[in-house]
Design a protein around this ligand. Sequence first.
Ligand code: FAD
Length: 465
Amino acid sequence: KPSIAWFRDDLRVTDNPALRAAVDDGGAVALYVLDEESLGIRPLGGASRWWLHHSLLALREDLASLGIPLLLRRGPADAVVRETTTALGAGGLYWNRRYGEAERTLDAGIKAWAGASGVHAKSFQASLLHEPWDVTTKQGGPFKVFTPFWRTVSARDFRDPWDAPECGRGFSGRLPDQEELDAWGLLPQSPDWSAGLAEYWQPGRAQAHELLEDFLEQGVADYSVNRDRPDLPGSSRLSPFLRWGQLSPFEVWHAQQRRRRELGDGNAVFATELGWREFCWHQYFHHPDLATANLRPGFDHYPWAWPELDGPGKKGPEKSGHRSADATLLRAWREGKTGFPLVDAGQRQLWRTGWMHNRVRMVSASLLVKNLGIHWQLGEQWFWDTLVDADAASNPANWQWVAGSGADASPFFRIFNPETQARKFDPHGKYVAEWIPEIATPDYPQPVVDLKASRQEALDAYGSL
Ligand code: FAD
């Protein structure tokens, strides 16, 4: 009997314990299910759909080179996985764990069904260095502060990454019907905005490893200084590959630990960033509504605006008294036309490439929620739609961090000044010039908001919470 390796956020053949288990248990069939229907599963954004399409093509090739077929199916995962398991007569069903509440409920249901149907189902840890339920404070609760969290997690030994399974251990019998990837419509049609994405990214294992190697060779030594500079290639750009599991955190961790001594400081800071990824997932596991509710309920009364782009603007979540909304401000921010060059450059980089530099993400998010007074959830939704690394935990956790409403968040009164930030982190204006060709012409807009007055307004609103 064959076994199924059910791929989800782990689109890789190395360090994939579920794939190894399926191979060892009768020969593997790989399965990917596009689930846009199950309750509570957040539909993918546009950039993510593009990434997924190309990743599945790459994964299919990687699997084919091992002799393992990849089955593509669409529909509610619960029904699709059962049907496929039955149609194949599979004796085993293996997957690497997911940590969202809806996903865990779904997986638990399938495991129970498998148990009752004589199918051996087993799940593995592969996407996080720690299991969120395994790390608790002395009082037994979740961590709310990063430093003690990471001190606890990073003191552990993380297992070594696994090799890819041996070639020729796939299932070669008759496969059930499957669907064509092209029929899923994951790629944008009209307009097709994906040219910029294709210029910067080749989703799949090859670019992931190339970037990792380049970064460890050239980037990580100066990472602690250069990572804040959007005008330099100072960070790894591994985020979409980690998001989609083309690289596992174990692979990245051990690759950089091996060079720990020769690389010093930069390496240690880089390791801490992997820690922030873990911390975001820790928060999401304990707060499944991270994208829709302030972690600090005091912020429910902050008068954020909730403009609707195609309407007159409506009030946000009912309990709060949101300021009247101005859709033009939200539109200007999304399109990179706020008149603040660093923010606009970032928003254009995001639109064109599906990625934005971390420092600029922070400054841009701060402008939206503090100076423009717009709800962080609208910013989170825009990033969700446009980032190739859009991540169910890291995105809302970081938005809440900037907004001040999150765990171990930046204090609300820390309001970035985009002009000072630009002078400091893009000192020669190179980043801005790259993304805003019209910067020095009359076509570039005037600032849409007065920084000083809006800052004071935000502080007053915060003070009256
Ligand atoms: P590097 O600096 O090379 O860091 C290495 C890895 O560590 C990253 O690939 C990422 O996996 C992780 N990491 C680094 N910083 C953070 C962080 N602050 N939080 C969580 N993980 C981190 N990151 C996402 O992966 N997905 C998101 O949807 C996302 N949304 C964000 C929204 C806002 C408003 C902000 C301020 C940050 C967001 N981040 C998000 C975090 C961070 O900006 C990106 O992880 C980083 O810019 C990715 O670039 P890199 O791979 O070169 O990072």
